[in-house]
Design a protein around this ligand. Sequence first.
Ligand SMILES: Nc1nc2c(c(=O)[nH]1)N[C@H]1C(S)=C(S)[C@@H](COP(=O)(O)OP(=O)(O)OC[C@H]3O[C@@H](n4cnc5c(=O)[nH]c(N)nc54)[C@H](O)[C@@H]3O)O[C@H]1N2
Ligand SMILES: Nc1nc2c(c(=O)[nH]1)N[C@H]1C(S)=C(S)[C@@H](COP(=O)(O)OP(=O)(O)OC[C@H]3O[C@@H](n4cnc5c(=O)[nH]c(N)nc54)[C@H](O)[C@@H]3O)O[C@H]1N2
Ligand code: SF4
Ligand SMILES: [Mo]
Length: 693
Amino acid sequence: MDKDVFSLCFMCSVRCPIQVGVKDGHVNWIQGNPHVAGIDGRLCPRGSAGKSLLYDDQRLQSPLIRVGDRGSGNWRKASWEEALDYVGTRLKEIKDTHGGHAIALGERAQLATHVSKTFLKALGSPNYFSHDALCKGSMNTACRSMFGYTDGQMGINYANTKHIVLYGRNIFESINVKEVNTLMDALEKGAKLTYIDPRVNVTASKAHRYWMIRPGTDLALNYGLIHVILKERLYDAGYMDKWAHGLTELRDFIKEYTPEWAENETGIPAGEIKSLAREISKDKPAVIFHYGYRCANHQNEIYMRRSILMLNALMGSVEAKGGIFFKKGPGAEGGKPARKLVEQEFPKITVPRFDKVGTPDFPLPDPAHGVAQILPHAILTEDPYPIKALINFRLDPLMSIADTNNTKKALDKLDLIVTIDINYSDIAWYSDVILPESTYLERTDCIQQMNGLKPMMFLREKAVEPRYDTLEGAIILKRIGERLGIGEFFPYDTMDELVDWQLEGTGFTREDFAKKGFVSYGKSPIFWDRDDIPFKTPSGKIEFTSSLLEDAGFPSLPPYAPVNEPPDRQFRLVVGRTGLHTHVSTQNVPYLNELMKENLLWINNTKAADLGISDGAVVEVSSACGKGRIKAFVTDLIHPEAVFMVHGFGHEAKLAKRSYNQGLSDALLQENLYDKVGGSPAFHDTFVTVTPV
Ligand SMILES: Nc1nc2c(c(=O)[nH]1)N[C@H]1C(S)=C(S)[C@@H](COP(=O)(O)OP(=O)(O)OC[C@H]3O[C@@H](n4cnc5c(=O)[nH]c(N)nc54)[C@H](O)[C@@H]3O)O[C@H]1N2
Ligand SMILES: Nc1nc2c(c(=O)[nH]1)N[C@H]1C(S)=C(S)[C@@H](COP(=O)(O)OP(=O)(O)OC[C@H]3O[C@@H](n4cnc5c(=O)[nH]c(N)nc54)[C@H](O)[C@@H]3O)O[C@H]1N2
Ligand code: SF4
Ligand SMILES: [Mo]
């Protein structure tokens, strides 16, 4: 029998709407959902490889319990009953002996996040954390400090923009299909693209203006731009009169940061900095200084991200067509969002989080996602208290938190490590119990609430039955919960029942999704009146001087600290994505593995010549915390101070045979440094030595 199922891709976390062609219980076609504007049937290479993941037999096939040493890869197959009893019994012992807070759960925020949060809250543990801080924690803090909203509550109106500036936002390789398509359309209509990156990548090749910036100096560039904009009065004066808080302080602060000063720090000619400021101001407010995606580069990240938001504010592009906007929820259309389990009443938790977020020690990061990179430190020091068990749900702390050797040391102290995954990931490999989740094509998931200019809801609907002995994450957590005496917080037996429960009171039912895969609350995009924007800062304005920062004892506008050059024969290690893989997830997917098997180390040709490194040669890369081997890609397309590698390679799990030991893991080399104000890691603050072997 043939059928088409509307669902949501999960080859990465963007979750593009898809249409899955199924014949006799077999997926034979996946394309983008043709009913969704900006998708129109299209997918990225990873989304198109969904079938290859589904029909791969090197993925997890049943629950597994470790029998040898951690990381030795000796497992015995277990039934679900046995594996869940094992996990339930061990967690109960830990809870009874050390308290619920000795249990931490980390995940890549996803559709079942409200289930994971419920699980921990019901256990009395504050120790939920997600990937968010690793990705863009400081951006969240920066947005709250300027506008009173989180970054998640903001969006970018690519469709109507006239000029977009991207700082290392490699939008054409680090993909979100709708964003790519919408931006391409805008470029075809005449929008301009300025791209800034120490490395020439696909996005650079499509830009009208490209600057090979000295790595780590974007903040200096922005200060130079702000200087010109204020001095030459290129800003939106009416908008500033209405909405600026602290513009005088900014004016005083920025005086010394001339474009000539910025040239010296960044390597970008002062004349070019001036010409961008003048050119872009002509298109205001329909301009975007992209505030970034992966905003986890340096220890002063929050100030770099605030400087980008300041540029948007000066252009009046906040809540403007073609600029950036605040997302509107169902309430804006008189509708109701899907219910979440986490809205229930829970026992009150009085202990601090493991990362101390929300205490005077670490006041500003968002406790809704915590700060994942503190976990190894908290486990090793037992400060604020011992953590005994870790559940990893679609998050790999070994590859996604810097300094893998240190993270392993921390994991070795735990009594229990449980991983819910679909692959033999490195963290699954290092766990005591692996609980396999059904892949996205084999499971119905929780409702996706999509706030934006037009609030909508999407549904991931199961396309085919699970091929192996796997379950949905929301069912796995419920069943563990039942064994811990918190079953009443999970009022469903199946995913269909959970979705029905979520939809109660919204006026929509599961059947409403069958026609197009989504439901809409309203028809037209909603922008707020620019004279009446409900900024949620204490001043009700855009805070160039931030009460959030200053009340917590941090300056709003700290003096610029020059960026160190790497010592002789060393380089700043910078990392990023490729269009062909997702983080640490897809390296073993057959189709994608065929397209890209290993990562390479990009190194500048003059530096490589000095070091005697030729293109394709194997080199050793070492840092203060680890070392490994990788092939060199010798090129003039990268700044001499930097070397670059794609994140996500160098896997250690032997049963993922295609990706095992291919390429090098950046996390092995990166030091676990972070922005102590905003909360992001500083993935680009490690220097490495590169030697030929
Ligand atoms: N060293 C280093 N660390 C980084 C980064 C970096 O560049 N370098 N980037 C950071 C960024 S931007 C992000 S967003 C994070 C991402 O960090 P992670 O979330 O850790 O990375 P992912 O590859 O998205 O997915 C992690 C795990 O999810 C599993 N998985 C995939 N699909 C499913 C599923 O359907 N169900 C379940 N249960 N598991 C699934 C994968 O097998 C993998 O083990 O990493 C951050 N950490
Ligand atoms: N194909 C694919 N697409 C993805 C993902 C994926 O895994 N695969 N992941 C998604 C996720 S979770 C995220 S967070 C986004 C990330 O998407 P992006 O924000 O675009 O981040 P990266 O891909 O990490 O690209 C980082 C770029 O920054 C450059 N860079 C390094 N140092 C500097 C510097 O000092 N200044 C400037 N201006 N640039 C610098 C690097 O050379 C690199 O080209 O991609 C999303 N889309
Ligand atoms: S960007 Fe690609 S991999 Fe990610 S959800 Fe969309 S189609 Fe899937
Ligand atoms: Mo990310």
